[in-house]
Design a protein around this ligand. Sequence first.
Ligand code: NAI
Length: 411
Amino acid sequence: MLNHPATSFPKDKIKVLLLENIHANATDLFQAEGFQVENVKGALSEKELIERIANVHLLGIRSKTHVPDAVIAAGKHLLSVGCFCIGTNQVEIAAANRRGVPVFNAPFSNTRSVAEMIIAEIIFLSRQLADRSKEVHEGVWKKVANHCFEVRGKTLGIVGYGHIGNQVGVLAESLGMRVIAFDIASKLAIGNTRTAGSLTELLENSDFVTLHVPETPGTKNMIGAAQIAKMRDGAYLLNASRGTVVEIDALSAALKSGKLGGAAVDVYPEEPSGNDGKFVSKLQGLPNVILTPHVGGSTEEAQANIGKEVAGSLIRFMNEGATPSAVNFPRVDVPVVAGSHRILNVHQNVPGVLKDINKIVSDLNANIRGQVLSTDNDIGYLVMDLDQNVSGSVRDAIEGLKTSIRTRILF
Ligand code: NAI
């Protein structure tokens, strides 16, 4: 449990609604705080959600529940939405922002899972293990050493040296690989990793190239025929980032011609929406090509991490007003100082709001110990610490300003 003063709103009155079988450790964390938790196994329709949201303070969903503006509007007491997954497309996050509701997710909970899969695939590609396994399953005994290599001493090129790229580098070095990395942002290279000056330099000097960039206009088709031509003959390409990053036609041609020695692909330009969807790709049936159904981050550990990370973010928001990892909200993270009293206010981002709020506070003769304001295009988020306890009437006065969206007295 976090060390913070008693909250003005009794914790046992805080209602959490968790949908879609969210990992049990989230329930444990909320209950340890004293919150009331209700779990629902599946997703709810918009109509069902609207019926149930009125008394809910925190809503937890995974990828199958849609939270449009109508649901957020119906959530009269809704303070925050937690997406217990990576994506947040299922929530109308701009509408949540305008209504003063921060949305949290867990973008880095499966970092290690992806990194470990990449390491496994590097060895599988280097030894053609996926093909050998398939042959033996089919009753074919084909013992070969030709074009099978150890990975020790080989060079791994990491494109996108962020959370996953970093971990892949650390693990690859422990196997005795040389690691070079290219990133558009300036990054501190970990261990013995060297940074490449350009994507071309990385492609020309790597035996394996693994992609760990986000989906952006700048990464769309960043690996096509021209880039593959720069790679070493017989090199391997791994993509567990996003399907739009690699041109599948170019990759397929390079595998067929033997320019590349193999590939491991986990993500595709078009992916089926569910497990019963049919999947067709030009990469199917090609030699030494590992195809997986977007499972890079799919492990039990990642699910558990997601439960902890998102529940932790929601609890910190409830207890301290902290929004450091919100996806749609001005970010504020102010340590709690003993003896101070905290007010949170979300307001329209227009001139003069701070003046109006400060006037209400100064009329009280209260001293402002700390005040942090963070804004985005539409809203401002103010966290204010006072040296004296304020009554509900102050909250009502601030809430009564026509610019106010939401106001909460924390403690
Ligand atoms: P991150 O945000 O920590 O790192 C991405 C890095 O790419 C950043 O350092 C950024 O500066 C760099 N970058 C952006 N544009 C670039 C460019 N044009 N050239 C070179 N570098 C560029 O992201 P994280 O967590 O490491 O994830 C990386 C990718 O992995 C994302 O696309 C994510 O969606 C994907 N992913 C896939 C999973 C799977 O199941 N296969 C699971 C988790 C993440």
